[in-house]
Design a protein around this ligand. Sequence first.
Ligand SMILES: Nc1nc2c(ncn2[C@@H]2O[C@H](COP(=O)(O)OP(=O)(O)OP(=O)(O)O)[C@@H](O)[C@H]2O)c(=O)[nH]1
Ligand SMILES: [Mg+2]
Ligand SMILES: [Zn+2]
Length: 351
Amino acid sequence: MRYGWDDAYEHAFAPHHAADLIPARIVRAERGLCEAVTDTGTVRAEIPGAVQQGDPLAAPCTGDWAALRPPTTGQAALLHALLERRTALVRSTASRTSHGQILAANVDTVVVTVSLAAPLKHGRTERMLALAWESGAQPIVVLTKADAGADVASAQAEVSAVAPGVDVLVTSAVTGQGMDILTAVLTGTVVLLGPSGAGKSTLGNQLLGGDLLATGAVRAADGKGRHTTAWRELLPLPGGGVLLDTPGLRSIGLHDAQDGLEQTFADIRRLAQDCRFTDCAHVGEPGCAVLAAVEAGTVPARRLDSYHRLLRENAYAASRTDARLQAGREAVKKNIAQHLRATYRFRDRQL
Ligand SMILES: Nc1nc2c(ncn2[C@@H]2O[C@H](COP(=O)(O)OP(=O)(O)OP(=O)(O)O)[C@@H](O)[C@H]2O)c(=O)[nH]1
Ligand SMILES: [Mg+2]
Ligand SMILES: [Zn+2]
């Protein structure tokens, strides 16, 4: 089995093998159906209600390993269970009933793509890195379109400063620059993340060694992409591993990404160890080492602002999630109370 199957998955799958179920990796899942790759090709499988219920984060998604009851004549394949996820990329949805939406499961490497042909937006890069770190996967930043005429060296230095602990590579699909290094550092399941038009699918095609993914020109007026990729695609890489191309994200809300933020802002966290107060919030306290670093110009004020903003956003999303879970629990209690009342009414009538 290709697509990233390994001994640990094989071990976890043993009870399912015993039950004559087959392993499959989910390419996409929605509305009770999923498309999944198996040893013998791609199949469509039904997702029974029981697997879908409850926590939206527990629903099957791209990258999940599933145990399927194989299709038989007249009967579609059926998703029986999911293997425990190793990692999960989760964002907050923009909807009113804010909850986490899982973008991909069992990802090993997150490639955050940043176009050198557009103005650099460090806040967006920090946001994507927080999401990537939080997932448990290793992030890499790839600066695409090195041929487009930007000052590559200074862009690389700038982006490296907002991505501590992360390799920042430079590529060009036109000249082929950087592709050998990128190929060498990618392992396991690789997801391409970034705004529309950043060159994710173009990069994907280079890694795949063929025009397997559709690409589209950016708008001449503002350099923005046209959301060419509409589906998530899961394709095996020639050197081993799997590539997951994603549609450019319009919004990337943080969801429960406290740890991811700490890793994204590791430089600020390190400085904070020297603040006078252990619970220093770095907003004006005396003896604040972080503010001193901003003062001295070693940390840009923009970066500290971004850290504060993302922490606030994350805390807000977390509070809304709590409220929603709380509301859910209240609804269950109400249901039980109604059920009990109905039962009593019924019993009273019987007496
Ligand atoms: N000059 C130059 N153009 C590139 C490079 N990589 C991609 N492009 C162009 O950028 C445009 C967008 O590329 P895509 O690969 O479709 O971008 P994407 O990130 O997949 O976009 P969505 O699918 O919309 O999210 C296309 O016109 C590509 O030809 C590059 O290295 N150099
Ligand atoms: Mg694309
Ligand atoms: Zn401080």
